[in-house]
Design a binder for this molecule. Structure first.
Ligand SMILES: [Fe+2]
Length: 598
């Protein structure tokens, strides 16, 4: 190097991918910091898209700044449990013939390098491709995103790379894997089988059965306990109730959306009754079955967590995997286990493995120290006031920008007056929950607001609860557990004397799946809650995702379109507050009524 030259250190970029798998996503890590992350469904508008997330990957790279992309990490490893897979292929060739798509899927993963080149995302020669075992990516997404230096780490899902559970100990920049549960045993598959039997056949429908369970009596728990049990750190299915290990399960892709065929056997039907047809009236026995399955899931979940506690002796735990989105179980962790601190990856489902795969490479492969904590989920695209104003005008609205205090005050007043407001602010959320970036907000004090929201906008099953956002500092005043729940993945019991004050977010079992909002994490949303609290006496808002039977809105145009085709009263978008006139709302309501009559 000549004396006048200065070595310029370029940032290390790692693109994480969850690809060829449900909830495909991409995440960009720059020098160990999460810079951008989003699910492909938000861009291509196909729910749970399971292909190659080319749009999301390109969006990540567009935000990454100068410098080359050096690493791509995918949360699948075709070499993981390779001989187990070969053994099944030899002993059960029918499994693979019946599901040719499974073979193609493995080939797709294995030739990722070529695919990156074809999609113009990275030059295969210039980038290092890392195959990260699915559950190691889940574990990394929880521990390396947490604020803990040392913790037990547990991942629980349906399956990924032939495992359904993995646990270990995280210390600094390393996770020491201590145990796993292998195919065909799976707590996630147990829950999915009953979800299918109860008439919720779509990928990701498990949360519907969880919502339903609050209305039932778990009178079938003894029979359900015959289906699954936990021994030590092992889940054991009674395989008589399943077919995924024997005749195999048909996996198809319906327009990009993954569809998993029934995984339960004839015996399941003989013992628990015939499958409930989707979208038909649920009987008491269906609701009681949901309650029984939820109860047994909780028993198994806590047996596993307690086994991990006994083997690690650590008081902190980090969780990921689809089963870790069971907010009812998560809300009881402190009651049912000795753990004293918990961090749950907000995107615990498979979308979060793109973040996990990238974090795994940064810490475990490149041996870099910790320096990132995921305290929020707003890692997606954002839009300037100029872009928003152009869209507003293109839809025919005439609106002027407000200063922040006016926007907060006027929006809070509308909400306190019973209005339903779309809230489009800052960057889009990553993961399944709207947490103050792309939300629909309403007043939780109004008993009829749940029905109103369902009738006017969300059109969803009446047994599903709406959830509260609350000022973090008010949590202990309203909830029996005073511990941060920033990602809406824990349901806490609402104090009995407060339930009547916030009936629209009090679920049948007296819980609320809350989001605690901290001032330094989301100051604008915190200010809105604060102002609403001053006006109403309750620093809580109903927060549901900004969408109508579609992926959460991403762009201003999608938000305005959703605002116009639903019966929302107003839209707080950037610095603008757009309100519908009473006349237009009455016309929409009349049209909706006419549609129902037809
Ligand atoms: Fe998974």
């Amino acid at each position: 190097m000549k004396g006048s030259e200065v070595a310029v250190k370029t940032a290390v970029k790692i693109l994480g991918l969850n690809a060829f798998h449900g909830d495909a996503s991409a995440a960009l890590l720059v020098d160990g910091q999460l810079a951008f992350a989003l699910e492909e469904e938000r861009l291509n508008r196909i729910k749970h898209w399971a292909g190659f997330p080319a749009l999301a990957a390109r969006a990540c790279l567009a935000q990454g700044g100068p410098g080359p992309l050096e690493h791509v990490a995918i949360s699948r490893d075709p070499r993981a449990h390779f001989w187990t897979k070969v053994g099944r292929l030899v002993t059960r060739p029918g499994d693979w013939r019946r599901s040719a798509s499974r073979v193609k899927n493995t080939v797709d993963v294995a030739r990722l390098g070529a695919r990156l080149g074809e999609a113009g995302i990275a030059n295969a020669e210039g980038v290092r491709v890392h195959f990260v075992e699915h559950h190691r990516a889940h574990l990394a997404s929880a521990f390396f995103a947490s604020p803990f230096d040392e913790a037990a780490v547990v991942s629980i899902d349906g399956f990924g790379d032939f495992s359904s559970v993995m646990w270990g100990v995280g210390r600094g920049n390393h996770i020491d894997v201590r145990g796993s549960v292998r195919f065909p045993h799976s707590l996630g598959q147990f829950y999915t089988a009953f979800t299918q039997l109860l008439g919720f056949p779509k990928y990701g429908d498990e949360y519907k059965m969880m919502g339903l369970s609050a209305y039932g009596t778990p009178r079938f728990a003894p029979q359900v306990r015959d289906v699954v049990r936990v021994e030590g750190d092992q889940v054991r299915l009674n395989l008589d109730y399943f077919i995924h290990h024997s005749t195999g399960v048909e996996m198809t892709w319906d327009g990009g959306e993954p569809v998993i065929g029934p995984i339960y056997s004839r015996k399941m039907v003989d013992v628990f009754g015939p499958a409930h047809p989707p979208r038909t009236t649920l009987e008491e026995r269906h609701v009681d079955l949901a309650a029984s399955v939820q109860l047994v899931l909780e028993e198994c979940y806590f047996a596993l967590l307690n086994a991990v506690y006994e083997r690690t002796g650590l008081k902190k735990v980090c969780l990921a995997g689809g089963v870790a989105l069971n907010c009812v179980a998560n809300g009881m962790i402190f009651e049912r286990t000795p753990f004293e601190d918990v961090y749950i990856q907000p995107a615990s489902h498979d979308a979060g493995t793109s973040i996990g795969a990238a974090l795994h490479v940064w810490h475990e492969v490149l041996k870099q120290p910790r320096g990132f904590v995921m305290r929020h989920v707003q890692y997606g695209p954002e839009y300037s006031d100029g872009e928003i104003e152009r869209e507003i005008k293109s839809f025919g609205f005439d609106s002027s920008p407000l200063c922040e205090s006016e926007l907060i005050d006027q929006t809070a007043r509308q909400l306190a007056d019973g209005k339903i407001i779309g809230w489009f602010q800052g960057r889009m959320e990553f993961g399944p929950r709207a947490l103050g970036g792309r939300s629909i907000l309403a007043d939780p004090r109004r008993k009829d607001m749940k029905d109103t929201l369902n009738r006017r906008i969300k059109l969803r099953e009446p047994f599903r609860p709406f959830c509260p956002s609350i000022l973090a500092e008010a949590t202990g005043e309203y909830f029996e557990t005073d511990y941060p729940s920033p990602f809406m993945v824990q349901a806490y019991k609402i104090k009995p004397h407060q339930r009547e004050r916030i009936p629209a977010v009090t679920h049948e079992d007296g819980t609320g799946r809350l989001q605690t909002v901290e001032r330094d994490v989301n100051p604008l949303y915190w200010s809105l809650l604060k102002r609403f609290g001053e006006l109403s006496g309750v620093p809580i808002l109903i927060n549901t995702s900004f969408n109508e039977n579609e992926p959460i809105v991403n762009t201003p145009a999608q938000a305005i379109d959703c605002f116009l085709r639903t019966n929302m009263d107003g839209l707080a978008i950037g610095s603008f507050l757009v309100l519908k006139s009473t006349a237009s709302l009455e016309r929409e309501a009349a049209e909706a009524l006419q549609t129902v009559r037809l």
